[in-house]
Design a protein around this ligand. Structure first.
Ligand code: ADP
Length: 523
């Protein structure tokens, strides 16, 4: 099936009332209509839903949309109600919330060709009776929303997402697949493609840069609560979200804000659903300015004018941080993202993870190290985040280049070309087998069991960098990673490798201006 541009525009207007496509939408939609496998990576708010909704309406048969949350499905289906002349609409859900007669009705509508989009949870798709039914009807394609749930390296791993491919194969031959996600580091991206078996999929990736967001990290001291209250009071009448790790802190801080005359509500999974909806609505309807919440708050929240997102505690990964801060400035206006950081919080999170299975712990720790590096970095925070998502950013001329604390108050720089060569030589000399910790120890001449077992402490380069403290070398490694001289193999939990650029630098050293890193005083 091929549609020309005018036909596409007309359908866009007819079904959704929009006059132009947003970003990459049009190209994605054409690719899906042509029946190709497609992979879409767009930040939240980028307009992913339309990428499968419009093709579903235009193509023959029913499109299956796999979505992780019943609440999200319901929102989408409700939103689609309005676009149909049929009273029941063109979209339905098939999940555990339906009773028998509702299920029967949905199946009837699919058979009659009324249903163009069928939203299902992965669990419902695995049920034999549903598979048998779907085998008997025409499926136009399968869209997998929140596709990062496939990967253990994503921020929201769901094991049932890993079984989708064999089920899709059972539904029929050559059913096109479209995977969509708002977060995908190169690693997660690779997992998705492999697991869904869509190596041939055309990738559509929008930039993750949010130029209107201002990123800032402040040291977390014992006065953090008053620091936050002061910030909120300086921004009267503005909408803000404050994330805390624990429910107890959520309640405490909400109360403190109220006592200080700020209209605030708490939100966490410990409240019953009625209370949660009430507080959420109060925030959405602007009855209150601030919501103090755990990460239970926010999925599917689309309040355009959130002016700040504060993190009382460090989040567990850069992806989570990007998602949570992404709720600020949706309308393109101001959005201040302020995180309070103390290494003690990191230790708390590590302890928290220590009860989990080993593989999960290792992944968790590797992700945590990345957010620590973000918090401690002195380079452009935007560059750091975008690099994490596999995107280059020009910190001088890029859009939003001056929108972070490090860009506004640049730290001093120093020449470190000579040190970089030393670092590269140590990584080479240790055969690219070590993580940062062992590399730094080798540089400063301090041993541990792993170093000793590889007999590294007898090598000529052992201690070759002892003119600098370990913090200096940690900072240099972080900056060499972002500059592209080193690469970290996340699958190997952080083992450092030298890139082609790094090899060239080692052969032909030049200058490398390193930003003096900032070591926090905690109390
Ligand atoms: P995502 O799933 O990527 O977070 P959504 O699909 O929810 O994004 O879309 C975000 C918002 O953009 C929605 O309010 C949607 O109605 C709007 N939108 C999507 N496509 C267009 C378009 N072509 N023109 C105008 N608004 C659009």
């Amino acid at each position: 099936m091929v549609l020309n541009d005018t036909e596409l525009q007309t359908s866009l207007k007819k079904y959704f009332g929009f006059t132009t496509f947003k970003g990459l939408q049009e190209d994605v939609i054409k690719n899906v209509i042509e029946g190709n496998n497609t992979f879409v990576i767009m930040p939240t708010g980028g307009g992913k839903s339309l990428c499968y909704q419009l093709p579903a309406l235009l193509k023959e048969g029913t499109a299956i949309v796999v979505s992780p949350l019943i609440a999200l499905m319901k929102n989408q289906v409700d939103a689609l109600r309005g676009i149909s002349t049929n009273e029941d609409g063109v979209a339905h859900v098939l999940n555990s919330s339906l009773n028998k007669s509702e299920v029967k009705q949905v199946k009837q509508d699919i058979k009659e060709g009324v249903t163009k989009l069928l939203y299902v949870a992965p669990e419902s798709l695995t049920k034999d009776e549903n598979v048998a039914f779907l085998q008997s009807v025409k499926i136009s394609f399968v869209a997998i929303d929140e596709a990062h749930c496939i990967s253990e390296w994503g921020h929201d791993f769901r094991p049932e997402y890993r079984n989708l491919r064999p089920i899709i194969d059972r539904l029929g031959e050559d059913i096109p697949i479209i995977g969509l996600t708002a977060t995908a580091t190169p690693k997660v991206q690779e997992d998705i493609v492999k697991n869904l078996g869509i190596q041939d999929a055309k990738l559509f990736k929008a930039s993750f840069n949010r130029p209107n967001l201002f990123y800032e990290v402040r040291p977390k001291t014992k006065n953090v609560d008053s620091d936050i209250i002061r910030f909120v009071k300086k921004n009267p009448g503005k909408s803000g979200i404050i994330y805390c790790l624990s429910r107890k802190k959520v309640e405490e801080l909400a109360q403190m804000l109220q006592v200080n005359g700020v209209s605030a509500v708490p939100y966490h999974a410990g409240f019953d659903s009625k209370t949660r909806s009430k507080y959420q609505d109060m925030f959405l309807m602007e009855d209150v300015d601030v919501v103090v919440a755990t990460i239970a708050f926010g999925m599917g929240i689309d309040k355009p004018d959130v002016r700040y997102v504060i993190h009382h505690d460090i989040p567990k990964s850069i992806e989570s941080y990007y998602q949570e801060t992404g709720r600020a400035g949706r309308d393109g206006g101001e959005g201040h993202c302020l995180a309070f950081y103390s290494y003690r919080d990191v230790e708390k999170l590590e302890k928290f993870m220590s009860g989990k299975p080993v593989a999960e712990q290792e992944i968790g720790n590797a992700l945590l190290q990345e957010i620590v590096a973000y918090a401690e970095t002195s380079i452009s925070r935007r560059k750091f985040i975008l690099h994490y998502f596999g995107e280059e950013f020009d910190e001088v001329n890029g859009e939003g280049a001056d929108m972070d604390d490090n860009a506004r108050n640049p730290k001093e720089k120093e020449e470190a070309g000579h040190s970089l060569v030393k670092l590269l030589k140590v990584i080479e000399g240790t055969k690219e087998k070590f993580r940062s910790k062992e590399i730094v120890k080798t540089l400063i001449g301090s041993t541990n069991a792993l170093i000793a077992s590889h007999k590294i402490d007898g090598k000529a380069f052992f201690g070759s960098g002892n003119e600098h403290p370990k913090e200096y070398w940690m900072a240099l490694i972080r900056q060499a990673l972002v500059a592209g001289f080193l690469r970290k193999e996340i699958e190997q939990y952080g083992i450092l490798h030298i890139t082609e650029e790094g090899k060239k630098f080692k052969e032909n050293p030049s200058t490398f201006m390193m930003t003096k890193d900032h070591v926090y005083n905690e109390e």
